[in-house]
Design a protein around this ligand. Structure first.
Ligand code: AMP
Ligand code: TRP
Length: 329
């Protein structure tokens, strides 16, 4: 194994094709070469999801999606953040070695807090410190994340170094970000200039991992297209065609060029038919597996409880040691 991976995903909503192609599929592959710890970060999500039933539902749905996509609990650890105390214990210590100025520079806080900074929860401001605690509590060496998390990862390294400098040289390894390629960015089916997202009001704009075969086929058929014959990759002039082509290439594990060559003189309608078939072929088994998992919450909860126990066994001694290093007796 090449090191220890830690990554997290917020249960702010269910999982759509963009999350799957942009993040989860990569998490699945990494299991072959790293020791992997994957966390559903409900404590982070509490800044946005403030309804107990919704939090519970989203957490189970994300867990089911990860397992159905191929996260293997026999090889990797999958668990829910709030079930492992190490995260909040370490977060407090790290809060005390992180200058306000560092957090003031975080662009994501500025974006999310917007004009209502005074009303933003303090949890949103210290969010990146909890994220650093997530990673450092396991002495993780590598962290796969999207481009938008780069600044938070750099901060995690600074926080680790700040702790090490004050209390114990070399205590935390500085985690390496593994930035996932932007090439995997999936756009809305209704507007090729917008990211596919769970927060888009139109359900037709995205493919959810909970969609069945009929829903997938309908969404692809109705996806925005243009009237040019043949499918080409030209994101500037043909954003919708390019997006569908990218989705095809990602699902088929082919290059965009290969797919474009194959469909160079095909009508949009026919290309969509093939794409719908491919989507159903790749996603229907995941969908079926997810439904099975969600129908049996006792099993799902047992998998998560086992993951939490294994996560705790790694993180607790490290955080105990950090407590000793700062003089907590
Ligand atoms: P979010 O649910 O937006 O917090 O995203 C969770 C993960 O999925 C992050 O790693 C994102 O970079 C990734 N992701 C979300 N939407 C997309 C998308 N449309 N295309 C590619 N990756 C995405
Ligand atoms: N902030 C990350 C996101 O929004 C989620 C996250 C929380 C995370 N803790 C983490 C990612 C630790 C990597 C490592 O996508």
């Amino acid at each position: 194994m090449q090191g220890r991976i830690f990554s997290g995903i917020q249960p702010t909503h269910g999982i759509q094709l963009g999350n799957y192609l942009g993040a989860i599929r990569n998490w699945v592959k990494l299991q072959d070469s790293f020791e992997c710890i994957y966390c559903i970060v409900d404590q982070h999500a509490l800044n946005t999801v403030q309804d107990a039933a919704e939090m519970r539902q989203n957490t189970r749905e994300v867990a089911a999606a990860l397992l159905a996509s191929g996260i293997d609990p026999a090889r990797s650890i999958l668990f829910v953040q709030s079930r492992v105390e190490a995260h909040s214990r370490l977060a407090w210590v790290l809060n005390c070695v992180t200058p306000m100025g560092w957090l003031n520079r975080m662009t994501q806080f500025k974006e999310k807090a917007g004009k209502h900074r005074e009303n933003a929860p303090v949890g949103l401001f210290v969010y990146p410190v909890l994220q650093a605690a997530d990673i450092l509590a396991y002495r993780a060496t590598h962290v796969p994340v999207g481009e938008d998390q780069k600044q938070h990862l750099e901060l995690s390294r600074d926080i680790a170094a700040s702790f090490n400098r004050r209390f114990a040289d070399g205590f935390f390894p500085l985690p390496e970000p593994m930035i996932q390629a932007e090439a995997a960015r999936v756009m809305s089916l209704r507007d090729g200039s917008k990211k596919m997202s769970k927060s888009d009001p139109s359900d037709m704009s995205r493919i959810n991992l909970t969609d069945d075969a009929d829903a997938i086929a309908t969404k692809i058929k109705k996806a925005k297209s243009d009237s040019i014959l043949g499918i080409t990759y030209d994101p500037e002039n043909r954003p919708e065609a390019s997006n569908l082509l990218s989705i095809f290439a990602a699902l088929a594990d082919q290059s965009r060029a290969a797919v474009a060559a194959e469909y160079a003189s095909t009508s949009f309608a026919q290309f969509k038919e093939h794409l719908a078939e491919l989507c159903v072929e790749k996603l229907a088994p995941i969908n079926a597996e997810m439904r099975g998992l969600l129908a049996n919450p006792t099993h799902l909860d047992a998998v998560l409880a086992d993951g939490a126990a294994r996560a705790d066994a790694i993180a607790r001694p490290i955080v105990d040691e950090a407590y000793a290093a700062v003089g907590f007796t």
